[in-house]
Design a protein around this ligand. Structure first.
Ligand code: LRH
Ligand code: MN
Ligand code: MN
Length: 431
């Protein structure tokens, strides 16, 4: 497996920090052992944890007002893979990459697959895009895609999704994520039921094109760009569609796609109970679909989501395997640094959730001890598991401190030279 940052530099970085980490790890091991927890089991779990990277997160995202490009942004899908390779090399927690078509222009699937493999990466769910028009496209999505009144527009949206499945299949992906912005800006603009009927009709055609071992992940979002009524606005609609489509259709929860204060962990519990949790787009938000770095605003919510996932894993065993992906937009940070720290924050929530004393929690719940039930969760959440995460990285061949190691490597300077800025260029393909 090729590395993008010289492995000698990573080793040098680790040698400087190893002594301190070993001390911290031993102190944490002692503290956890007094609680009856074996640190080695947690570290082994952390070493296996993976969250996929969004190819569109490798460049500066931009808002609907402006985009301020960063230095050395990847100009094509191969360069995005290089950046993802760096993130995985240092964190060892991000072996999957989620592509977005046609933002990612892929003609030679073999070459792309080879490059991914050289970086130790594979392709997670592929995403379709019928939320904007592409150059040369015959029918506009201005009035919807899968739900459009025009049958020709709906057929075009279906054909694009089928093409995404074909591309994904050639790349080794196993799922298609479909998010459509379709909806209405005014009461009366749509027949609300009619729009969903057309959505399901289109979705059935896409579903029929899925290979046997694929999933269709339905991503809901409350609003934006439709500000009055989005067709797939909530988990209830997503769930009903997934049920009606069949076994391979599941729901994808993007943490930024709910009304403020929605109890997202409860949505997770409901979807796991009924076997329809397909995966996540992790990010954080304060107001809407802010696409901020995971764990940067509400890390406790992220922990509570993972607490439900740990409960589901305990009940369902190895069969429980939702797709974990990041979906973020980076505007004021280096995307590589944001993606590295977000992956670590998601992994942190995973480890903390595995630290919850589930037998004690069950006991407190059964004896109606609300205070101690809450404290049991808080006890795990308050535990600083950084040394476990760093040790997992070290043992997997990554960096003890990925951001520091990345900064010291000079990677951004190197790519800034190799990838000169282009006026108006954008990472996603939106100009
Ligand atoms: C929609 C969304 C969806 C898209 C991505 C770019 O807001 O979350 O997942 O594919 O953003
Ligand atoms: Mn998303
Ligand atoms: Mn979103």
């Amino acid at each position: 497996m090729s590395t993008i940052i010289d492995s000698g530099r990573v080793a040098e970085h680790n040698d400087k920090l190893r002594g301190g980490l070993e001390e911290d790890y031993a102190a944490l091991a002692g503290m956890l052992s007094r609680r009856g927890v074996d640190i080695e089991q947690l570290t082994a779990k952390a070493q296996k944890f993976a969250v996929a990277l969004p190819s569109w997160g490798a460049g500066t995202g931009g808002t609907r007002f402006a985009r301020f490009p960063g230095r050395g942004e990847p100009r094509n899908v191969f360069e995005k893979l290089d950046d993802c390779g760096v993130i995985h090399q240092l964190t060892r927690a991000t072996p999957g990459v989620s592509l977005h078509f046609p933002w990612d222009k892929v003609s030679d699937t073999q070459a792309l697959r080879q490059q991914a493999e050289a970086h130790g990466l594979y392709f997670d769910a592929v995403n379709s895009n019928t939320f904007q028009d592409q150059v040369g496209q015959e029918h506009t999505y201005k009035y919807g895609s899968m739900t459009a009144i025009s049958a020709a527009t709906r057929a075009q949206a279906v054909a694009h999704n089928v093409e995404c499945i074909e591309l994904g299949n050639a790349l080794g992906s196993k799922a298609l994520t479909v998010w459509v912005g379709d909806g209405a800006n005014f009461p009366g603009q749509h027949n609300l039921r009619g729009a969903l009927e057309r959505y399901l009709e289109s979705a059935r055609e896409i579903y029929a094109a899925l290979p046997a071992d694929w999933n269709l992940l339905i991503e809901h979002k409350l609003f934006e760009p439709a500000f009055y009524a989005t067709t797939i606005a909530d988990w209830g609609t997503s769930f009903a569609c997934a049920q009606s489509l069949g076994e391979k259709a599941k729901c994808l929860v993007d943490l930024g796609h709910h009304a403020p204060n929605t109890n997202i962990e409860m949505i997770v519990a409901r979807l796991t109970q009924f076997g329809k949790l397909g995966g996540f787009h992790f990010n954080d938000s304060k107001y809407g679909d802010d696409d901020l770095d995971s764990g940067s605003i509400n890390p406790f919510q992220l922990f509570l989501v993972f607490n439900e996932l740990a409960d589901a894993a305990e009940r369902e065993g190895a069969a429980f395997n939702p797709a974990y992906m990041l979906d973020q937009s980076h505007n004021v940070t280096d995307p590589i640094e944001s993606l590295m720290s977000s992956a670590v924050e998601v992994q942190r929530a995973f480890v903390q959730a595995n630290l919850v004393d589930r037998d004690a929690l069950r006991g407190f719940q059964e004896s109606h001890d609300a205070l101690q039930s809450a404290q049991t969760l808080k006890h795990a959440y308050r535990t600083d598991v950084s040394a476990i995460l760093a040790m997992a990285r070290l043992r997997n061949g990554g960096a003890i401190d990925p951001v520091a190691c990345y900064r010291a490597s000079g990677y951004r300077d190197q790519v800034a030279e190799a990838r000169p800025a282009k006026a108006g260029a954008s990472s996603s393909g939106i100009v």
